[in-house]
Design a protein around this ligand. Structure first.
Ligand code: DGL
Length: 271
């Protein structure tokens, strides 16, 4: 048994997809969430910059005496996960190794689409892992650089004309390819899941890597006995590196819970 918090980070709102699943599955756990809102988007930056950001994000979480980390960011998982695992002793769960087995299990026609940030698609991390996990599957990865800004601006409704236009353009090659399964390879994208389902007439099974990572973490805790005491009420603390600027309101809307007083600003340059 281990009552220390679980640390989760992303560049912004996206990692809340992992938090949502943790709250459902592990209500007894304390969660420390960091959204690096002053430095997002990560996905258009160089490998070196993303790695540097990831190190300071982990250093910040470690200052909270956490027991485990979820890198709830596809971009960091794609370009910095190995580095983080080499550098720190704490167990670190990424989103790619969690999402790929779920996609391999879900596909019926062996055609898996991946959408992600430019850095994630450039890294080929999804394609490489899919090639070993589901060798007979064919994959197509499409970079969707505009989607993170839409989500960070609270634009994720299926009725939003801008959302529809941008998604239609990005999803066209995935539909042409004949995918039956789509990995939402940037953790911001599950906030657009309803819009994607509507626009594709529900033809695609959507894989949410943040939620899959949270499920993996829950399994690991069960296996190594590091769950928090059962029956206790877990807590959530949200930290952002810029002024709140609507983050708490959007987090409330996505998590569907009252986050009043839970969100604080942190000076990430100190880490
Ligand atoms: N949500 C992150 C990801 O999964 C980062 C998006 C960004 O900041 O570009 O890739």
């Amino acid at each position: 048994m281990d009552n220390r918090p679980i640390g989760v980070f992303d560049s912004g709102l996206g990692g809340l997809t992992a938090v949502k699943q943790l709250l459902r599955q592990l209500p007894e756990e304390d969660i420390i969430y960091f959204g690096d809102t002053s430095r997002l988007p990560y996905g258009s930056r160089s490998r070196e910059t993303i790695r540097r950001y990831a190190i300071s994000d982990v250093n910040f979480l470690l200052s909270h005496n956490i027991k485990r980390i979820i890198v709830a960011c596809g971009t960091v998982s794609a370009v910095a996960l190995e580095l983080l695992r080499e550098r720190y002793r704490i167990p670190i769960q990424g989103v790619i190794d969690a999402a790929v087995p779920a996609a391999a299990a879900a596909t019926k026609n062996g055609r898996i689409g991946v959408i992600g940030t430019a850095a994630t698609v450039r890294s080929n991390a999804y394609a490489k892992l899919l090639a070993t996990t589901a060798p007979s599957a064919e994959t197509l990865a499409v970079a969707c650089p505009l989607l993170v800004s839409l989500v960070e601006n609270g634009r994720w409704s299926a009725d939003d004309i801008v959302v529809k236009t941008v998604l239609n353009e990005y999803l066209a090659p995935i539909l042409d390819f004949g995918a039956d399964t789509l990995i939402l390879g940037c953790t911001h994208y599950p906030l657009l899941a309803d819009a994607i389902r509507t626009l594709t007439d529900g033809k695609l099974t959507l894989i949410d890597p943040g939620a899959e990572a949270a499920k993996c973490l829950a399994e690991q805790q069960l296996a190594d006995g590091s769950k928090a005491e059962s029956g206790r009420n877990g807590s959530l603390k949200l930290y952002v590196s810029d002024t709140d600027d609507g983050f708490a309101e959007r987090a409330r809307s996505f998590l569907d819970m009252d986050v009043t007083g839970l969100c604080q600003q942190v000076d990430i340059d100190r880490y």
